[in-house]
Design a protein around this ligand. Structure first.
Ligand code: ADP
Ligand code: TRP
Length: 326
């Protein structure tokens, strides 16, 4: 029996952080054996934020390195650059003609990004979730592993599939998001905000950060214990990370110490920094190796696009037939 299909992407806008890892990439790796996976670098989506043509290729290369060093196996999945499988933009146009503008205007990410960048509210930013729906549906995905912030876009994708089916007859399945337990990781220095590179480097721990950098960032995290012997947001955030990276026994001891008010937060921070550094030690090593061989990386992306394109082309042919333009 053929495996169910799964699709997800990450934008080439900078280094991946532990929020991207715990919320999305970790699932990509775990799920690659059980699904037919299409993982891509969302280059076209990233253009909505404005970009420097001199650095884009480098950003694409770096996300590819992150995917591969973290354990994505190109022999099992199609790993590719969205720009090498451009049929998604064609499907997005067809979806554009079925999607009410008001549905896009109410998207949380659109509202946040346009508030942050009032000088560059381009059509791409508004249309972003329609292209995302095309990415997902062109490969006929059933599942979409993402962090919590992307769930609204997957819901819109389900609506677009429904609008298409209602208009032209049953064709697309309605895909569902897959979330990790840690679906929303908070910033290290401001635990009221989601960890995001758009807030700045000090908010994020990058997968490439060396042990001393990780420790210095964690040292700046706010901590504290409430009067009831409960951890503050900042302290709870650090404990959660400790558990997520596998140090559950240590986390249980620190929790007891917090309750008894005997906790030494400096110790919690050192243990957490060491836990994260060790967790990504192999990643850092593998990434440095892969980085030495750019041709190998670009070749993997090209081969990934070759796997993906026949599926995308077939969907486009069937869609065009269905809507009566072929
Ligand atoms: P950023 O917000 O840092 O720009 P992206 O938008 O490129 O990150 O997100 C790539 C993937 O990582 C998406 O699936 C997204 O939902 C997930 N993700 C991003 N930030 C977090 C976070 N803080 N916690 C959990 N998942 C996250
Ligand atoms: N919008 C996603 C993000 O910001 C990236 C993305 C583009 C994506 N196309 C997708 C994720 C399709 C899942 C499926 O992280």
């Amino acid at each position: 029996m053929s495996k169910p299909t799964l699709v997800s992407g990450i934008q080439p806008t900078g280094k991946l952080h532990i929020g991207n890892y715990l919320g999305a990439l970790k699932n990509f790796i775990q799920l690659q054996n059980d699904y037919e996976c299409y993982y891509f670098i969302a280059t076209y989506h990233s253009l909505t934020a404005g970009h420097d043509p001199k650095t884009k290729r480098d950003l694409i290369f770096n996300v590819a390195l992150d995917y591969l060093a973290a354990g994505i196996d190109p022999s099992k999945v199609a790993l590719f650059n969205q720009a090498d499988a451009p049929e998604c933009t064609e499907l997005a146009w067809i979806f554009n003609c079925l999607t009410p503008i008001a549905e896009l205007e109410r998207m949380t990410q659109f509202k946040d990004k346009s508030a942050k960048n009032a000088k560059n509210i381009n059509i791409g930013l508004l249309d972003y979730p329609v292209l995302q729906a095309a990415d997902i549906l062109i490969y006929r995905a059933e599942k979409v592993p993402v962090g919590e912030d992307q769930v609204q876009h997957v819901e819109l994708t389900r609506n677009i599939a429904r609008w298409f089916n209602n208009t032209y007859g049953q064709y697309f399945k309605q895909p569902e998001p897959i979330l990790t337990k840690a679906k929303r990781i908070m910033s290290i220095i401001d635990p009221t905000k989601k960890m995001s590179k758009s807030y700045g480097d000090n908010h994020c721990i990058y997968l490439t950060d060396e042990p001393d950098v990780i420790l210095n960032k964690i040292k700046k995290a706010p901590t504290g214990t409430g009067t009831e012997g409960t951890p503050t947001h900042g302290a709870a955030n650090l404990l959660m990370l400790l558990e997520e990276f596998g140090a559950t026994e240590e986390a249980a001891i620190f929790k007891k110490d917090i309750k008894n008010k005997t906790i030494k937060y400096s110790k919690l921070k050192t243990v957490l920094a060491k836990t994260i550094s060790n967790y990504f030690a192999d990643f850092r090593k593998k990434r440095k190796e892969l980085e030495k061989n750019p041709d190998y990386i670009w070749n993997i992306l090209k081969q990934g696009a070759e796997k993906a394109r026949p599926i995308a082309e077939r969907t486009m042919r069937e869609v065009k037939e269905k809507i009566g333009i072929l």
